[in-house]
Design a binder for this molecule. Structure first.
Ligand code: ADP
Length: 303
């Protein structure tokens, strides 16, 4: 099968010296639904910016369906739709006009564009709002408008940067359904997210990026089996200055009275208590905290 995306040794150093990407390589197969997961500042947006040629790379190469963005830029771009985080339309234009104008940029004739625009706006629940100025849309609908814009030329690869950040739960689920549908119809999708749940719901394969490096690149299934861990918050009786080091457990001191940990299915929490006891650390109470898992999980993958 072809690769929809091939990234090789990609480096990005911003003016000022921040090294956002440290030579990452990544392949995404045609038809895949791929998640690029990582904490804030990991390098996700930089990667997407480079693929969409909005950010210049320092070195390395990017191919979209075998077309190098340095050599065949027009061909590469015709196969790519990017939904970035920043609003990329005029807030004072009408929804219908924004998407119709975009079709024009890709040389799609008006007569052909018309039904296409109607179709994509309808599928994204925007047809009723077609005559509204973009600025009147809610955050979730603005995001949908950006997706409509990115899809009007029917790209084979769609890349979305945090598509549901700041989108309410109902709209988020609808967007997930929509993305699943277009993926089932053959569009390769890559999305960045820092929600593990989003990646889990949608994606077959996953890359984890941290501090400009790929720390895992595998199937969702494999990752989830590795991720059979539970997050716990331990409230301590006495202040601690530094987190204790205990073999087999990843421990983080959130503040001097709170220790956070993720415990693998093959490890017991009692054993951790024993070890803490030996070090003279007394636990006052224990809470289950699954929403801290993502951060800890990234720590675990690196071990
Ligand atoms: P993510 O999307 O995973 O949050 P980014 O790619 O936005 O990560 O950022 C990676 C690193 O590059 C961060 O340290 C960030 O501060 C830095 N960075 C991003 N954009 C710029 C820029 N335009 N100028 C300088 N540094 C930047």
């Amino acid at each position: 099968m072809n690769n929809a995306l091939e990234i090789k040794d990609l480096v990005k150093v911003y003016t000022g010296g921040t090294k956002a990407l440290n030579g990452i390589s990544l392949n995404v197969k045609e038809g895949d639904f791929y998640a690029l997961l990582g904490p804030n500042g990991a390098g996700k947006s930089s990667t997407i910016g480079i693929i969409g040629t909005l950010v210049t790379k320092t070195s390395g190469s990017v191919k979209i369906f075998d077309k190098d963005i340095d050599i065949n830029i027009a061909e590469a771009k015709s196969m790519l739709g990017v939904v970035s985080q920043e609003i990329n339309f005029s807030q004072f234009e009408k929804v219908l006009d924004i998407v119709t104008t975009q079709a024009g940029f890709y040389g799609i004739k008006k007569s052909i564009a018309k039904p296409k625009v109607k179709d994509i706006l309808s599928r994204l629940g925007l047809w009723d709002k077609r005559n509204d100025q973009a600025r009147t849309l809610s955050g979730g609908y603005k995001r949908r408008l950006m997706i409509a814009k990115a899809l009007i030329h029917e790209p084979k690869l769609l890349i979305l940067d945090e598509p549901t950040a700041g989108v309410d739960i109902e709209l988020r689920r609808e967007m997930w359904d929509f993305l699943r549908e277009i993926n089932n119809n053959g569009t390769t999708i890559i999305l960045t997210t820092h929600y593990l749940e989003e990646a889990e719901q949608l994606c077959r394969n996953i890359g984890i990026i941290d501090k400009g490096e790929i720390v895992a690149d595998t199937s969702m299934k494999d990752l989830l089996s590795r991720l059979d861990v539970q997050g716990f918050v331990l409230d301590l009786e006495e202040h601690l200055e530094a987190e204790p080091k205990i073999d087999g457990y990843s421990l983080k001191l959130e503040d001097s009275l709170t220790l956070v940990t993720a415990i693998n299915k093959d490890k017991s929490i009692n054993n951790l208590f024993d070890e803490l006891n030996k070090l003279g650390i007394k636990v006052k109470s224990l809470r289950n905290e699954s929403n801290r898992l993502e951060e800890l999980f990234i720590e675990m993958v690196k071990r």
